[in-house]
Design a protein around this ligand. Structure first.
Ligand code: ADP
Ligand code: ZN
Ligand code: ZN
Length: 736
């Protein structure tokens, strides 16, 4: 939209709710090219501020003599598309944030405050003009032209080469290069060198879709041609969903549209990424938190110009600067990493994707083996189109899953961390030269220190969470505030000497396996072993190349991995996550255990899964063992309906953090405000949050269940004392 209007509606880049609205500025005649989304410099009070053009108008209620003009455009091209502005408006409204903050999500780092240094650098690059002639040219050089000779010799090997590097290698100067240029031997040019985000491409096979995959693909194609309804692709683990995405992406590219492919965690997906780069060489941009500012900026530029039409990213990939979107894929749509939990703009990527897709008339595919209850419910009600792939590719059977009751093991006298069944199976797998994955349900939880006399659990002094014992430094660590304490010699409560590390962390499992299975060579993957850059990839390669045969890990190994020789998955303490204080505990446990089970038997060899638990009758565990998604769905949905939990109405959480008494007092004020404003609503609290203290700050919360849009009420809650922080989460995924 080119301006033929008189005024521009501009939002200034200041995060304060008092200026979070559109201000009108006169468009000077010197700026005929101004467009919606352009970054501009405007006078604001007695300052000059950056802002973004959001709209044009011919009418304003500001006095004509007082209205100020835009000073200048700050970039040639607009930074935001009008679709992005529309989504940002939707986000600000839905998640109760400032519009300028929502807009900020879409901007590249480095665009603020003229941080130009992150822009890609121009480099002087030298290249041979006629590579067929290079040896003749070297011969023809005067005898004493040693520098020129070495330059040509190096370029004969590798051309083009940056002038800097060339000089370093040969001891030549720029003057030498210019002399060679003058003779017409070489060319010198300024070229942009993009920083490499480190995409690894491995050779992968291409497949012809099997009939079930084809059916799913055709349904997607129909939506891409037709009504653009979002699709819930429910396909069991190993059903070949990625292959279906690839086909749909090819179609979108053929329509000259761009594609956003979202994955829960980019670090876990190098395998998937390599399948994409293989099929679409030089067309894939990757955005993830491991990129440097410069790398990120370069990717942003190349997406924005349309050079790289496919964007693969985690959560923030949804904000990539694509111009016309044809397809958005959210792989593993149920994953909680899609929810932004930090900061004051707590959005859910799935909802943002649906909105962005709607505006672009692009199809959104939500893919999962274990769809979120919310999405499945929408599919059943007809908001999404449900597409199912019920079988694995080439009719490979799903692995058999057995539940082992650890109480019985205990009665039989087995006090070790492995049941007899798991021990026997692991032995067999190792003897056959196959591989196993041993999965621990949760770090933190499984290695707390407990007094066997009085049951006291050692907790952090600042946070109400149990401390975790780390074998590596023999200290107790808090995973919230990073406090570190020595292991006490006796119980702080009853002085008993019988303190013991309860359950087991990954390190203990590693040790146990080393001591009990001589054939085992293990690789451990957890936050400790993967903290160094590149460690994650290196450790997975160790397992893939079969230098190790047992992979031990936490959540990190639950999903996405595809190793053909893994025939056994063992799950230790499956029910830990069932007892989590959260209404979604069963849903999450089901998803996690189904995902991890799906790592077994993915190739020709049959897989087996052994889940150790204390309550094998629990419906979530039964549903896992029987591959009964609908069974789980039925149980959960009726429980949610009874208690008015999502997807029936909305749950809104107001979290108050700060000094204990004032937090509680403010909570009481809020409660009576809500009771008055929202009669007939269920309002709970103020009550201490399940984690009642973090880093010395007390945490209280109020929960509201509502079937209505109550944003107008939430926007005008009574002001809190300055010492407290108050955050509102309209779609909380965790209630900790
Ligand atoms: P999902 O994402 O549904 O768990 P994947 O897309 O990872 O499944 O596919 C599982 C495996 O099956 C992969 O190794 C993939 O290369 C292979 N595969 C996919 N489609 C086919 C096909 N049509 N025929 C044979 N193998 C296939
Ligand atoms: Zn004690
Ligand atoms: Zn702490």
């Amino acid at each position: 939209m080119i301006a033929i209007h008189t005024y521009a509606g501009v939002i200034v880049d200041v995060r304060a709710s008092s200026v979070d609205r559109i201000f009108h500025y006169l468009i000077p005649t010197s700026l005929p090219k101004i467009q919606v989304g352009h970054r501009v410099l405007v006078p604001f009070g007695n300052r000059r501020l950056e802002g973004y053009v959001l709209e044009f108008t011919d009418i304003t209620d500001i006095d004509e003599t007082k209205i100020k003009s835009i000073i200048k455009l700050l970039d040639e091209r607009p930074m935001l598309t009008k679709e992005q502005i529309q989504v940002a408006r939707w986000m600000a409204n839905r998640y109760l944030s400032c519009l300028s903050q929502a807009l900020q999500c879409f901007l590249p780092v480095g665009s603020r405050y003229g941080k130009e240094r992150v822009r890609a650098k121009q480099h002087l690059v030298a290249s041979i003009k006629d590579s067929g002639m290079v040896f003749e040219l070297i011969q023809a050089l005067p005898k004493n032209a040693n520098k020129q000779r070495s330059v040509l010799t190096v370029l004969a090997e590798k051309s083009p080469l940056s002038a800097n590097e060339l000089c370093n290698l040969t001891g030549a100067t720029y003057q030498t290069l210019r002399a060679l240029k003058a003779k017409g031997y070489i060319e010198l040019a300024n070229t942009t060198i993009w920083r490499d985000p480190g995409i690894i491409t491995r050779n992968e096979r291409d497949y012809k879709l099997n009939p079930k995959q084809l059916e799913a693909y055709l349904a997607i194609k129909e939506e891409m041609m037709g009504t653009h309804k979002p699709i819930l692709l429910h396909g069991v683990t190993g059903s070949g969903k990625t292959e279906v995405y690839l086909k749909a992406i090819r179609d979108a590219l053929a329509q000259r549209k761009q594609v956003i492919m979202l994955v829960p965690e980019i670090a876990l997906t190098s395998q998937t990424i390599s399948r994409f780069t293989n099929q679409f060489p030089n067309q894939v941009a990757v955005i993830h938190s491991g990129l440097s500012e410069g790398e990120r900026f370069d990717q942003w530029q190349r997406i924005s110009s349309g050079e790289l039409p496919i964007v693969i990213g985690a959560r923030s990939g949804i904000f990539a600067p694509v111009q016309t979107i044809g397809l958005i894929v959210l792989d593993e749509e149920h994953e909680t990493t899609y929810k932004q939990e930090e900061g004051s703009l707590k959005y859910h990527t799935r909802q943002v994707a649906i909105e962005l897709g709607r505006i672009h008339q692009a199809v959104v595919i939500l893919g999962s083996a274990t769809p979120s209850l919310d999405s499945y419910h929408k599919a059943i009600r007809g908001n999404y189109r449900l597409v199912e792939i019920p079988d694995r590719v080439v009719d490979r059977p799903l692995p058999k899953i057995s539940l082992v009751d650890m109480r019985q093991e205990f009665h039989k006298g087995n006090r070790s961390m492995f049941s007899q069944e798991l021990t026997d199976y692991l032995d067999r797998v190792l003897t056959r030269n196959e591989q196993a994955i041993i999965f621990l349900n949760r770090r933190g939880f499984s290695s707390f220190v407990l007094c066997r006399e009085c049951g006291h659990v050692i907790e952090c002094r600042n946070c109400q969470v149990s401390l975790t014992y780390h074998q590596s430094d023999k200290y107790l660590h808090c995973h919230y505030c990073s406090a570190k304490e020595a292991l006490p010699s006796s119980c702080p409560k009853c002085a008993s000497k019988f303190l013991r590390q309860f359950g087991s962390g990954t390190q203990q499992v590693e040790q146990f396996i080393r001591e009990n299975f001589p054939k085992a060579r293990s690789t451990r993957l957890d936050t400790d072993t993967t903290s160094r850059k590149g460690a994650h990839h290196r450790l997975l390669e160790e397992f893939r190349s079969k230098r190790s045969n047992v992979l031990i890990g936490t959540q990190m190994i639950a999903k996405g991995l595809d190793f053909p020789d893994v025939t056994l998955v063992g799950v230790l303490s499956a029910d830990l996550s069932l007892n989590f204080p959260d209404f979604r505990a069963s849903e999450r446990t089901f998803q996690l255990l189904t995902q991890v089970s799906g790592r077994a038997g993915r190739d020709k060899k049959k897989g087996h899964v052994i889940i150790q638990c204390y309550d094998p009758q629990h419906y979530a565990l039964q549903a896992v063992a029987n591959y009964d998604y609908l069974g789980l769905y039925g149980q959960e949905i009726s429980f949610r309906r009874q208690l008015n939990y999502p997807p029936f109405g909305e749950l809104i959480r107001v979290l108050i953090q700060g000094e204990n008494q004032s937090a509680q007092e403010y909570g009481v004020v809020l409660h009576s405000f809500f009771s008055e404003q929202l009669p007939d609503h269920e309002i709970y609290g103020p009550s201490p949050a399940p984690i009642s203290r973090i880093k010395g700050r007390y945490r209280w919360h109020i929960l509201i269940k509502t079937a209505d849009d109550i944003k107008d009420v939430l926007r005008v809650i009574p002001r809190a004392p300055k010492s407290l922080s108050v955050t509102i989460d309209v779609e909380p995924l965790f209630l900790l």
